[in-house]
Design a protein around this ligand. Structure first.
Ligand SMILES: [Zn+2]
Length: 360
């Protein structure tokens, strides 16, 4: 099936706004002399950056601190055209920092691990603070009308922003994290039209989603793929499975779920909620496959958005079309080691002054 709907289209770019985890990823690649990459990350950061890459106007809403990490995030996001207007740098904010180690073993079973501690002194790195509900109206007054609102953390501020966006006609996409209480989870799910979650982290959310009559529930199952439960018109009852698309070369699976979300949003959310509610089962299936193709493309690169730094848009498009047509093409030239970028200035732990950027 051709799926041309989701790449850059003529007309004004659609707007996505989102709040949740926007972090500095310190990605430590394999190899003894590999220097880390400092990239904007976190689920919300990755989804919005990926959509900016796909031609959207993306407005992340956060409450970062005024520090070196937030300046790195800002610089990196701006490089991709993400709008930094609502990153909300303030003295009481906090800039989450996540260290990602990529482990490469000879059997090519490459994987990764995340840490929220300084690799040198073990101090907990700064973590996320939700946007305050009291700041929400001020943000909404300046925010262009979004076609899609995305959030990945439950908080009164996030839920309020999601509700207001929905009232304005936005498609609301919620990707819960395991730290939410059931009460908060329920409140957030009730505001959403699409809920996507990882089964290994959240368990089965079918009961909650049924109660809230969520139009589209997506459950991801790692390398196996995903299944979805649609209440959209013409959809059959029950879960529909969609196996993951085979990548040419699995280097790092970090961020694949975020790319899958970005692809589904790009394919279904462009014209907001009402158009989404009219989506046919065929278009829904195409959108899910598009998201899975983006996930397969992403796992060929180190880091959650490594491909954005190493590939250009034309070869990205060609790879994704190939993946969708069942012909992923030749294995990309090895090694897929990323080049560092001159604008990176390093990150140092506030406690010990050591930089995770320099392996010991
Ligand atoms: Zn330290």
């Amino acid at each position: 099936m051709r799926n041309d709907v989701s790449f850059n289209l003529p007309g004004p770019p659609p707007v996505i706004a989102g709040t949740g985890l926007i972090a500095l990823d310190v990605v430590i690649p394999t190899g003894p002399h590999s220097l880390p990459h400092l990239w904007a990350g976190g689920t919300c950061g990755n989804v919005l950056a990926a959509l900016a890459f796909l031609g959207w106007d993306a407005y992340p809403i956060a409450r970062l601190a005024d520090d070196a990490a937030s300046r790195q995030i800002n610089q990196d996001l701006c490089r991709w055209g993400v709008r930094p207007d609502f990153l909300g740098v303030d003295a009481a904010g906090s800039t989450p920092v996540i260290v990602q180690h990529i482990h490469c073993t000879p059997g090519r079973a490459t994987t990764h691990s995340f840490s929220r501690k300084c690799p040198s002194c073990g101090t907990r790195l700064p973590w996320y603070k939700p946007v305050r509900a009291s700041d929400a109206d001020g943000i909404l007054a300046r925010l262009p009308k979004p076609a899609v609102f995305f959030f990945d953390r439950t908080s009164p501020g996030a839920v309020y922003l999601a509700r207001q966006a929905a009232e304005g006609g936005a498609l609301v996409v919620f990707e819960p994290s395991a730290s939410a209480s059931e009460k908060d989870l329920r409140r957030a799910i009730e505001t959403a039209h699409v809920v996507k979650y990882a089964e290994d982290r959240m368990g089965n959310l079918e009961g909650l989603a049924q109660e809230a009559a969520i139009p589209l529930l997506i459950e991801t199952r790692g390398a196996e793929g995903l299944r979805y439960l649609s209440r959209l018109k013409g959809s059959r009852r029950g879960w529909v499975s969609s196996e993951s698309l085979p990548a040419r070369d699995v280097v790092d699976t970090a961020g694949c779920g975020d790319w899958c979300t970005a692809g589904i949003v790009a394919a279904l959310g462009r014209s907001g909620r009402d158009a989404f509610l009219e989506v046919t089962p065929d278009r829904l299936r195409g959108a899910i496959r598009f998201g899975q193709a983006l996930a397969a493309w992403n796992c060929e690169y180190e880091g959650a958005r490594g491909g954005m730094y190493q590939s250009d848009f034309a070869s990205f498009e060609e790879s994704v079309r190939g993946l969708l047509e069942g012909d992923p093409g030749p294995t990309p030239p090895a090694p897929r080691t990323l080049q560092r970028h001159g604008s990176e200035t390093g990150y140092a732990c506030a406690e010990c002054g050591e930089s995770p950027a320099h392996p010991r």
